[in-house]
Design a protein around this ligand. Structure first.
Ligand code: ADP
Ligand code: MG
Length: 359
């Protein structure tokens, strides 16, 4: 998938001005001045967090994106161990030793050297690449597709591809392009996780993953801070917000979705939904299956690498329970700020602020 372009400030200002649900210009200007005094900087996040919408009164509970980006993770996550989550290959092999449910890795490579079935071999032409892909499907007759993704240095679903069984024989152009991308660097070839039928009611086009962030305090006590679910609203095979996905907050206690779904303001403009635009499933009426198990899964996983104290986990709900897709030591906390209706309203987030002496 390719990332969406960032909209220009002019386009975004035009959208805000034409939004029928926005506060009055006077209120917007007053809010912005209030936040300039409060944060001592231009509050760009005022727009990305939809604070210009009528009814958004607790504007001081939200944080500027750069504050969230730079003021926590570098102090809480040891850089030297973050590779264990940032590298999708290391991630899978490290966490699988703790009996954590993860998608199976079928093959991986670095440039032209591939490893499959514990054997190492070289591939130098697309015909051999096709042969290996066909072999994966013949050894796994229940698979309709596989997921191919860049091992490291890629975020937001940018280098994640879903390849169907038929495409291997019928779409040589696609496979040739994939081959040329794959042999430039390292990729993993993974089984496609089939999601729980209930989640197909929300959105069937992709695996809708839940972003749960966890915080481990100095004593090693782990808490979940917040959760939101992501889904494509355009029939795409990935759910990432930067690729056009929509996020809906989850009530941690019940696993029920909150009322509103948001797309990324910078990439998709102003879009607030109360139901999925294609399936028409109403968010507020939707309860995530196996949510208790998903919470248990991240609490257990977060304890497996003590050097990482603040992590954003991506969890899918498979047909028989949660499956861990990835961990991010460098996750975009702005998304959680939005779905929590201001991170400051969250007790665990405030506990984290206290430890770092932030007011
Ligand atoms: N094994 C898989 N099966 C089905 N869908 C997947 C799988 N892995 C990833 N996806 C889809 O692609 C998205 C992005 O994958 P992820 O591994 O989180 O990469 P990124 O680091 O780019 O976010 C996931 O949120 C999910 O929607
Ligand atoms: Mg991800």
């Amino acid at each position: 998938m390719t990332k969406l372009a960032i909209k220009s400030n002019k386009e975004l200002i035009y959208e805000v001005l034409n939004d029928p649900d926005r506060k009055s210009i006077l209120n917007i200007v007053t809010d912005i001045f209030t936040l300039i005094v409060y944060h001592k900087k231009l509050p760009i996040h005022y727009f990305g967090k939809y604070l210009f919408k009528k009814g958004k009164t607790n504007i001081k509970d939200y944080f500027p994106d750069d504050f969230l980006y730079y003021k926590f993770k570098p102090f809480l996550n040891e850089h030297a161990v973050s590779e264990v989550v940032e590298n999708k290959l290391f991630f899978n092999y490290y966490y699988s030793q703790f009996n954590i449910s993860l998608p199976k890795i079928l093959m991986f490579n670095f440039r032209n050297v591939f490893v499959k079935d514990k054997l190492n071999f070289e591939i130098t032409c697309v015909t051999d690449f096709v042969f290996q892909l066909k072999e994966i499907f013949s050894h796994n007759p229940s698979y309709d597709s596989i997921i191919v993704k860049k091992t490291y240095g890629s975020y937001g679903g940018e280098q994640v591809f879903k390849i169907n069984k038929q495409q291997i024989s019928s779409d040589i152009e696609l496979i040739s392009k994939l081959y040329s991308d794959v042999i430039k660097t390292g990729f993993i070839f993974q089984e496609t996780v089939k999601q729980h039928p209930e989640l197909n009611k929300l959105n069937p086009s992709c695996l809708n993953t839940i972003r749960l962030d966890t915080f481990a305090d100095k004593e090693g006590k782990i808490d979940i801070i917040s959760a939101y679910i992501r889904m494509s609203i355009k029939n795409q095979p990935i759910d990432n917000i930067s690729s056009g996905g929509c996020q809906v907050g989850i009530q941690l206690k019940t696993g029920k979705l909150k009322k509103y779904g948001y797309q990324g303001f910078r990439t998709s403009g102003i879009h607030v939904y109360t139901e999925h635009p294609i399936t028409k499933t109403v968010f507020e009426e939707f309860k995530i299956p196996y949510f208790e198990e998903a919470k248990e899964l991240v609490l257990k996983t977060a304890g497996c690498m003590p050097g990482l104290r603040l992590v954003g986990w991506d969890v899918a709900i498979g047909e028989s329970g949660p499956v861990l897709i990835e961990g991010n030591a460098d996750y975009e906390m702005a998304g959680n700020d939005l779905s929590e209706d201001g991170y400051r309203t969250n007790a665990i987030f405030r506990k984290m602020m206290d430890e770092l002496n932030y007011k």
